[in-house]
Design a protein around this ligand. Structure first.
Ligand SMILES: Nc1ncnc2c1ncn2[C@@H]1O[C@H](COP(=O)(O)OP(=O)(O)OP(=O)(O)O)[C@@H](O)[C@H]1O
Length: 279
């Protein structure tokens, strides 16, 4: 399923033409790497994809309703702490306070934020600020996730975690597009690679981890079975896809990769978890 498409897109800054007649289609479940030399126009393509920039000619079609973007530089001069900032954003994106808090802490823990979740963000190091930028993009499940050099500044542990998070997000049905200079990182993460060269986009040869032809990306789900107990309202939780209740308790179908937050939420509100099954 097509999530975003650039059709015959050209982009000029003043008299300078950066892109000419670019066609690019990104589908659900794909991890697209955009590569090319410095100044070749990669960030420009990403900004066009998310709607932060408009083409000089051509069109950008976007079917995704939920779009997340991680810019190449995330400098926050904010006095807010990372946890307060993420909680606030989570609320704006429709999470309950509890869900926003849990999702933020799960993400910051996975990314191993070392600067302190309660430290004002302006005091965070570049790598730790980058972890907050990544967490904000993953607070709620995006349909289109666009990241500009997201590995820049990350330590080895977070480097691998980011690869896992992007893969989980694509498996949950999102289209993921990123720029990256390391060939090794592109090779281990991307399902498709496109190269920008002399204002045009070139599809690179097939990658070893390319999606099988005709594969429909699966929205990987995890089943959580809760024993009879408190009847919680899951309606504000976008990662909870289905709720089935019967005399034996409640079964939740949850987007895999985001089930930890749901489990935490259930446990902290007095539920007893009977089973967790990956589907
Ligand atoms: N807002 C702007 N105004 C004028 N020129 C711009 C603007 N944004 C980008 N450019 C120019 O467009 C060209 C492409 O920039 P872009 O940032 O897309 O390249 P890139 O491939 O992402 O580079 P890098 O690998 O260094 O991040 C550069 O020459 C840049 O100077």
């Amino acid at each position: 399923m097509e999530v975003v498409r650039l059709v015959e897109v050209s982009k000029r800054f003043g008299r300078r033409e950066i892109l000419r007649g670019v066609d690019l289609r990104v589908e659900a479940g794909e991890l697209l790497a955009l590569v090319g030399a410095n100044g070749s126009g990669k960030s420009t393509v990403l900004k066009l994809m998310v709607g932060l920039s408009r083409p000089t000619s051509g069109t950008v079609r976007r079917t995704a309703q939920v779009v997340s973007y991680v810019p190449d530089v995330f400098t926050s001069h904010d006095r807010l702490s990372a946890s307060a900032y993420l909680r606030h954003l989570g609320r704006i994106r429709g999470l309950s306070s509890g869900a926003a808090r849990e999702r933020s802490s799960v993400l910051l823990e996975r990314l191993a934020l070392t600067g302190g979740a309660d430290t004002p963000m302006r005091k965070l190091s570049k790598g730790n600020a980058q972890k907050v930028a990544l967490a904000q993009a993953l607070l709620t499940p995006p349909e289109l996730l666009v990241l500009d050099e997201p590995w820049a500044g990350l330590d080895a542990t977070a480097h691998e975690t980011l690869r896992e998070l992007l893969t989980e997000t694509a498996r949950a049905g999102a289209a993921v597009a990123f720029t990256e200079h390391s060939t090794e990182t592109v090779r281990s993460t991307a399902t498709r690679t496109c190269e920008l060269h002399e204002r045009a986009l070139h599809e690179s040869t097939s990658r070893e981890n390319a999606l099988p032809k005709n594969a429909t990306p699966e929205r990987a789900l995890t089943e959580i079975v809760l024993a009879p107990g408190p009847e919680l309202d899951w309606s504000g939780r976008p990662e909870v896809v289905e709720v089935r209740r019967n005399g034996n308790g409640t079964t939740l179908l949850v987007v895999t990769g985001q089930h930890d937050a749901v489990l935490l939420s259930a446990l902290s509100q007095g539920c007893s978890v009977r089973q967790v099954n990956a589907q």
